[in-house]
Every structure is written in C-alpha cells, then in structure tokens.
Write a new protein. Structure first.
Length: 89
C-alpha cells in the first residue's frame, strides 16, 4: 500500500504515530514527511486486514493533526522491507 496523507500532518508527531501503529499491526515499510510541508507519504506491506486498519487510522492521526485527505493505492508487496522506518525525502 502506498498512501499520501494531506493536511496538518507535519510537526504534530504523525510519522511517529504511524510507525507505532504499523509496528503494532506487524507491517513493514516506511513513512516520511514530503517537501511540501502538508503531506506525509507511507509505504506499508502486510496482511490485508492490517493494511485496512492502517488505512482507517490514517484518517484519524494523532491528536494535533488535521487530516484533510488520504490517497491510497494498493499494490503487490515487494517483500523488501525489514521493519517499519521513519525516513527522509
């Protein structure tokens, strides 16, 4: 799954929040702030049920966030991730 979360999602702990939930859901992949200061990108792999739950959580975010839009695309898993990381552009 690839996702872009748009809104007030940078500077509010969104990446750490996503990583925590992804780890709880046993997902692999990464999350990062995009350069536009309004978007966070996520790549996640795991079971369909876990990805569904992450997608639901992306609309919520941590308390200080305001999610305006979530764009999700499901793709076949690459299997190339070891854990779930916070990265940089």
């Amino acid at each position: 799954m690839t996702a872009r979360i748009i809104g007030r999602v940078q500077g509010v702990g969104f990446r750490w929040w996503i990583r925590s939930h992804a780890n709880d859901l046993r997902l692999t992949g990464w999350v990062m702030n995009d350069d536009d200061e309004r978007t966070v990108s996520v790549v996640a792999e795991g079971t369909a049920e876990a990805l569904d739950e992450l997608e639901r959580l992306l609309w919520i975010g941590p308390g200080a966030a305001q999610v305006d839009r979530v764009q999700v695309r499901r793709e076949p898993a690459s299997g190339g991730f070891d854990g779930f990381a916070i990265t940089r552009p």
